[in-house]
Design a protein around this ligand. Sequence first.
Ligand SMILES: Nc1ncnc2c1ncn2[C@@H]1O[C@H](COP(=O)(O)OP(=O)(O)OP(=O)(O)O)[C@@H](O)[C@H]1O
Length: 564
Amino acid sequence: MNQSQSSYRCDDELFLLNRATVHRYKNSLKSCSNVTSNIILQEAWEANTKLFTKNTDQILDMTKELLKDTTYNGNQSWSSSLSKLPDPSLLLEESLPQCKCMNIYNLQTNKTKILWPTECTCNDFPKSNKSEASYFKQMYSENSSQDSNTGDDTKQFKPKFSRIRPKKATPVQKNVPDPSQKVFDGDMDKPCVSTDVEMVDEDKAHKSQVAKITFKTAKETLLASNPAARRTLGASRKAQAKFVSPMLGAQEKPEVNEPVVTDERLKHIDPKMIELIESEIIDKGTPIGWEDIAGLQEAKNVIQEAVVWPLLRPDIFTGLRRPPRGVLLFGPPGTGKTLIGKCVAAQCRATFFSISASSLTSKWIGDGEKMVRALFAVARCHQPAVIFIDEIDSLLSQRGDGEHEASRRIKTEFLVQFDGAATGEDDRILIIGATNRPQELDEAARRRLVKRLYIPLPDFDARKQIIMNLLKNESHSLSAAHVADCARLTEGYSGADMKSLCSEAAMGPVRAVPLALIATIDTAKVRPVNVQDFNIALQRVRPSVSQDDLTQYIKWNSTYGHGF
Ligand SMILES: Nc1ncnc2c1ncn2[C@@H]1O[C@H](COP(=O)(O)OP(=O)(O)OP(=O)(O)O)[C@@H](O)[C@H]1O
């Protein structure tokens, strides 16, 4: 008896597998593809079909043979040598190659109880010294030798490309399936229904589809994503033909259109510069109100009277009431000069051009004066307009012998444009210059910036207001008295210093949160900012303006500044 075989069940179907194949089959189930397991089952089925047919024929032949030999014994009874035959079911059983634990097989009239390989406990898988591969080969040769004389005893398992097919809700049953054509469909819970022919066709289709998806030459990839490249790859181009770039997406790229300039006043200006000014220099930040600027009441009054109202009502402010076209804001850094410029633009409903003089001189080296011309031309098209020039001292510094030619030309162009804007009756352009070094300004520029307003450090009330404004949207436990104390302790701080102080204090509650909780803590559980946080912040944030600097501003203000 061949002890190296067992049976395997796929629902109602019975497969007989030799032990090595069962072992191999079990292993194949661990892999993510069902290709190997399909092959094993298909081949086992074919081998077993032949085995069954052969054994059944043998039993029938023997029975017929014995029935011929019946005798009448004279006692009104017939005897037959059929009884000498072994039980046909045992004969069938013997034909079933089984393992040593076959005693647990329960053979009942040609019905074989199915034994799952996992149920087999005899562990009699041959401990062959041969490698598993050669063992399989041997086992397979044994089976094939019973096969028709093909002479091919080294029949190999040909790998089949197959996918794990999704479970179908209702398997498509094609009449009564022919067992000889059954294949296992990869689903252990379902009977197999596909035929060999179908599977081969499907495999072929799948293979070619996989090949199509996976393998593409560089040319195919390019053509798939950019069909226009077909004209340039391998095709001859006529001498007059336009060059077509084979680069990906080159054909889709819209041609870069030069900005269309419609305004007559801009026709001599480089369109790229116009675009640059409109995109980079026009400030579209949040509008600022007068209440956002703490203190500086006198400066605010002068600006309203001299700048805002005339821009709003140009009809009233004519003749002697004609407003100044240039304003200089000077004072220590961080005192709100830029804030005032933005506030003016917002209050006049004017277009706000914000430019730093150093960027004019460095960003467009060699083109600085063209840029200045373009700036004024664009501002004329967006009237009323406010041109805010930060660090105006570096643009309009005192002229000297060692001065660079480019910077001299920018300066000259600026003054020319300034005069044009100042004298043009219809022009409503205001220049606001801001500087921390008013003493370095060129005399000609100083004269043109008629209103020179000193923007000092915030006083006690202004500091209080800055703290209150900044704490407005924060959770805090500071009383009015605490805020006043804090304002008293910050004498000499600029507006920007006050902002730094409040930011530092606001970090106190966050620093109090244990490090492990910082990523998860609920915002509501972070404690409010308290006076202790401000006391700590006061030790860390110091004023940025020195007393000496302040003395110089006061001196320059008394000489050139607008007296309040
Ligand atoms: N008077 C003020 N009221 C409210 N906030 C102020 C005031 N002054 C300064 N600040 C705060 O300081 C920040 C810096 O102010 P701003 O840029 O206007 O100063 P600046 O005078 O233009 O400085 P710099 O001369 O260095 O350019 C502002 O964003 C604002 O938060």
